[in-house]
Design a protein around this ligand. Structure first.
Ligand SMILES: *Cc1c(COP(=O)(O)O)cnc(C)c1O
Length: 394
């Protein structure tokens, strides 16, 4: 069994599981209750807030706990939209390859009269500061650009884009769900006003995440009710989940240098191996990508069939984001970097865990080679390509 879909979700670390169980058993009180048992839960909650804040260079008061990355993205964008609306600014800049939590929130705002500019992404999977500069307008309320892409792993020039936004007085949000816990992230160095993260992408539990909002920015609520999270996110806090998330995050960053170097070496080994498959190509910049991410297109095959056959061999992989699998449309990310439909259909994402070994990488290479050859052996598209009736693109 090789689990190579860590961009979709990760296995909880032992520390995160133990922390969660301990809090469930020992600190079950409601953090809003005034008696001792409640206040103990409150202490656990606030300690988690300090830990999370420290990891990203924020103040604990700038952290709002949410149900995950999607909620954090929604809240950040709605917050900026409401601030913009008051000033008559109804233009938002983002990219064509954001997560759907961002894209669908923007689509909703578009229906409400906002103008949305989705920047094209270059072939290497990166958006440049110049792209953002050219799109900025007097009425731009927000720039929201993901830190690292969830499908192709490419890392964006967040700090430079943030600097530009600050010079122009425009709010800057980044969906850092794939970055936090995997590469160094610091809200000050990165010049961000708002940042989203999700626990289950860094070996914490599912259904919990956080939003960083820089001090002084008036936050809009998505959920009304009690005064939890300083009145900005109602509902009794998921104390066990939040404590486990903080434990997982601290653990991940404490060994970041070590793990990212070793994962990167395995990633490169995997890339070299997959390159040997004829008529294949890596998606996104080969170097400037998450240490764990490998994404390839293989001409003449269907990514979905590739996945099912790899699953038969005990390998869990993805053809794109989990949210789009099951639909026949090719990945919006691959289309955004300019892959044509036929090629985008034959995609494979392998996102490695920190504990991946060279032997497992070699097994991945061998299995992918076998399955690609097998699928091509009865693919009508491949037959046409080989017969010269169609031209190879890759
Ligand atoms: C997973 C993911 C999300 C959504 O996070 P959830 O906690 O699952 O809601 C948002 N953005 C990116 C880039 C992601 O990878």
């Amino acid at each position: 069994m090789i689990y190579a879909d860590n961009a979709a979700t990760t296995k909880m670390s032992e520390l995160a599981i133990n922390t969660m169980v301990k809090v469930i058993n020992e600190t079950f009180g409601n953090p809003s209750s005034l008696y001792t048992i409640g206040q103990r839960a409150k202490e656990v909650l606030e300690k988690a807030r300090e830990d999370v804040a420290q990891v990203i260079g924020a103040n604990p008061r700038e952290i709002i706990f949410t149900s995950g990355g999607s909620e954090a993205d929604n809240q950040a964008i709605i917050t900026a939209a409401n601030i913009g609306k008051k000033k008559g600014k109804k233009h938002i800049i983002s990219t064509a390859f954001e997560h759907h939590a961002v894209l669908h929130t923007l689509a909703k705002l578009e229906k409400e009269g906002f103008e949305i500019t989705l920047l094209d992404v270059h072939e290497n999977g990166i958006v440049t500061v110049e792209d953002v500069k050219n799109a900025l307008r007097e009425d731009t309320a927000l720039v929201t650009i993901m830190y690292a892409n969830n499908e192709i792993g490419t890392i964006q020039p967040i700090s430079e884009i943030g600097k530009l936004c600050h010079e122009k007085g425009v709010l800057f949000h980044t969906d850092a769900v794939q970055a936090v816990g995997h590469i160094p992230v610091n809200v000050i160095d990165d010049n961000v006003d708002m940042l989203s993260a999700s626990s289950h992408k860094f070996h914490g539990p599912k259904g919990v995440g956080f939003l960083y909002v820089k001090k002084g920015i008036p936050i809009s609520n998505l959920i009304e009710g009690g005064a939890q999270e300083r009145g900005k996110r109602a509902g009794t806090e998921n104390v066990p989940g939040i404590a486990a998330m903080a434990a997982a995050l601290k653990e991940a960053v404490s060994k970041l240098d070590e793990t990212s170097a070793s994962v990167k070496a395995r990633r490169n080994r995997l890339i070299e191996g997959l390159k040997q498959i004829p008529h294949s190509a890596i998606n996104g910049d080969e170097e400037n990508r998450l240490p764990s991410n490998v994404n390839f297109c293989f001409e003449g095959i269907e990514g979905e069939s590739l996945l099912l056959l790899l699953d038969d061999k005990g390998i869990s992989a993805s053809s794109g984001s989990a949210c789009t699998s099951g639909s026949l449309d090719p990945s919006h990310v691959l289309l955004a970097i300019g892959r044509v439909h036929d090629v985008a259909h034959g995609s494979l994402r392998l996102s490695l865990g920190e504990d991946i070994t060279d032997e497992q990488v070699d097994e991945l290479i061998k299995s992918v080679k076998e399955v690609v050859e097998y699928l091509r052996s009865f693919s009508p598209i491949w037959r046409d390509l080989v017969a010269g009736k169609k031209e190879f693109i890759l």
